[in-house]
Ligand binder design. Structure first.
Ligand SMILES: [Zn+2]
Length: 142
């Protein structure tokens, strides 16, 4: 027996269904015997399987998810590049440097980026110093 998570393309209803084999699923789909439990539509498709049945057989499912993750990571990395080009890295010294920058009259100073705890960030915000928190990937990560 094999369980598939199915989804109706028409009404978006998702439901589980048991089949004796993956071939049975294909067969029922082909002869249009697969119906939505909700609206009766035969526009049924398989959705992602539960992670606990992960194995080499359904690798494609996870590659698909990885692609999405890579997309998000790339977006963040683009943002990181932008930050690196336009801001000075100050590491753990962020909240100190942020204050220096904020109270400095030197308008030519670049913006900065670095690490800060959430307490430090809320302290800075209380002083009117605007910060932006973004997820950050290490450069050696892919
Ligand atoms: Zn439906």
């Amino acid at each position: 027996m094999i369980r598939y998570k199915l989804k109706c393309k028409k009404c978006n209803n998702a439901f589980d269904s048991w089949f004796s084999s993956s071939k049975e699923y294909d067969k029922l789909k082909k002869i249009k015997k697969l119906n939505c439990h909700n609206c009766g539509s035969i526009k049924i498709e398989k959705t992602l399987m539960a992670p606990n049945v992960a194995n080499s057989k359904n690798k494609s499912v996870f590659i698909e998810q990885d692609k999405k993750l890579i997309k998000i990571k790339n977006k963040i990395k683009e943002y990181q590049k932008f930050v690196k080009r336009n801001f000075d890295y100050v590491g753990d010294n962020f909240s100190h440097k942020a204050r220096t920058l904020y109270y400095s009259d030197n308008k030519k100073l670049k913006g900065i980026y670095g690490k800060a705890s959430s307490e430090e960030i809320s302290e800075l915000n209380n002083e009117g110093i605007e910060t932006e928190v973004i997820p950050w990937f290490q450069d050696n990560e892919n």
